[in-house]
Design a protein around this ligand. Structure first.
Ligand code: 1AG
Length: 135
């Protein structure tokens, strides 16, 4: 296990989230609500098993997976698409590819100090999120 992402992480910055939601065809009213939200990640990492909960006052989203094994993901409550998803290590970075209707879709997570970084990408759009570890 290169790095342990386990913990509770609170959103500190969310660059370009609007464009990321647009490229996923999220409607205007939902975007206006979602862009204002605080998000909290609760991550439980146990060897090669990972549960990531993204919590907000509006909607929650949870995935559980085994690192290195492709699984079926349905982004229920987000853009509601079906994906073939694979999460792998690239050094100390968790890299996710989400194969489906949208090209070049995925995300990365890495840690710098007490910050959890996330890049969410789809087609030519990148959303950058930074979370701070909750004490
Ligand atoms: C994800 O995280 C997305 C997690 O795959 C949520 C982050 C962004 C929301 C994604 C798309 C926007 C779609 C709809 C907007 C509506 C509600 C927003 C609610 C935000 C809180 C759930 C990967 C993750 C690993 O599993 O960290």
């Amino acid at each position: 296990m290169p790095v342990d992402f386990s913990g509770t992480w609170v959103l500190e910055s969310n660059d370009n989230f609007e464009d990321y939601m647009k490229i996923l065809n999220i409607d205007l009213v939902t975007r206006k609500v979602a862009v204002q939200l605080s998000q909290t990640k609760v991550i439980i990492q146990d060897e090669n098993k990972l549960t990531i909960k993204t919590l907000s006052t509006f909607r929650n989203y949870e995935i559980s997976l085994t690192i290195g094994e492709e699984f079926d993901e349905c982004t229920k409550g987000l853009d509601n698409r079906k994906l073939k998803t694979l999460v792998s290590w690239e050094g100390d970075t968790l890299v996710c590819t989400q194969k489906g209707e949208k090209a070049n879709r995925g995300w990365k997570h890495w840690i710098e100090g007490d910050k959890l970084h996330m890049e969410l990408y789809c087609e030519d759009v990148v959303c950058r999120q930074v979370f701070i570890r909750k004490k």
